[in-house]
Design a protein around this ligand. Sequence first.
Ligand SMILES: *Cc1c(COP(=O)(O)O)cnc(C)c1O
Length: 377
Amino acid sequence: MKEANERKETELLRDTYIEIDLSKLEKNVKMIKEMVGGKVVLTAVIKANGYGHGALQIAKPIMEAGADYLAVATLTEALELRGQYADYPILIMGHTPNRLLHHIAEKHLTQTIFSFEQAEILNALGEAQHEQVKVHLKVDTGFHRLGKMPSAEYREEIKKICALPYIDAEGIFSHLALVNEEENEKQYHMFTEFLDTLAEEGCSFRYCHIADSIACVDYPQYRMNMVRPGALLYGMRGYHKGFLPVEQCLSFKTAVSQLHEIEAGEGVSYDFLWKADRKSLIATLPFGYADGYPRNLRDKGYVIINGQKAPIVGVICMDQCMADVTDIEGVCCGSEAIIYGDGTDGSMTIDEASKLSGTNKNDILARLTARPPRIYR
Ligand SMILES: *Cc1c(COP(=O)(O)O)cnc(C)c1O
């Protein structure tokens, strides 16, 4: 009886699933670590459920492959990770409202802050539990998202924060808008100048960082002593000047659920926006936009069945879509269909999906929902 129950837990309850190649992921991490060298701390960004890869499942292999720190965007993401991993250092890069800051102290998380007000709250929480709370200070160098612009006032505020006994201001960081080289240089210069003045005034930090995936490949001089790649970990080659042969480690697969022989002139899916111009064989596939597939890939997307391209036809529904398999031999119910792959088999890569749907690679990954089960190999 017990055996049957155990088997059930690993049973795949859907034909549509996301497969993560952990050996590729680990290779990517090692490659990045090697590129930046031993003196640069590697903070692996695993926000948005690890860019769709499953943050809880990939955290351990990523840390074991050489990452030093984990970073997420929100408190919820940090708490989920902390629930499973008691000891990993976890940086929250987003803002946490005052009323929730007690979680930071209680769960030994590292919080991004940019005000004395938040530092005071965290300091009091630290004092109550007799230990320092770790923070990274955010400096706005022009992106205008989070942090304050360098100024004498902000310097004074930072000095006051650093002087709080129960605050460990271990890091300070900024973020590049990646407009062009000139703008990047301006931002970087603004940041380092601010750091220099702070240092002259007796305030220095263990970790200074500004580089995301693209910057840490394209601008080695911006690596400082910590980098924060996300996309690069997952094999996304977003860089322009540099090169690192990271590989996509995610694929997305399904299986044909039904076949329909239709006559020329018949429509498929909502509003009959696609109509057959010949007698056609249409395959129903059990994935849709609620799994994170871009709805605007109608008439652009395709899957690979039996090694051949099957174009998606008609409106993509929430849970299903249809593909034209008229020209593909031997398609039957249960035939495997590759939705996203590494491209070697003709499959659509994340990069191609992003171009076809008019967005970026991170968006394609981040929109993959929790619904398709993840398989780790
Ligand atoms: C998401 C994020 C990153 C990682 O971005 P990638 O482009 O995926 O490397 C780095 N830093 C901050 C502040 C972020 O929000």
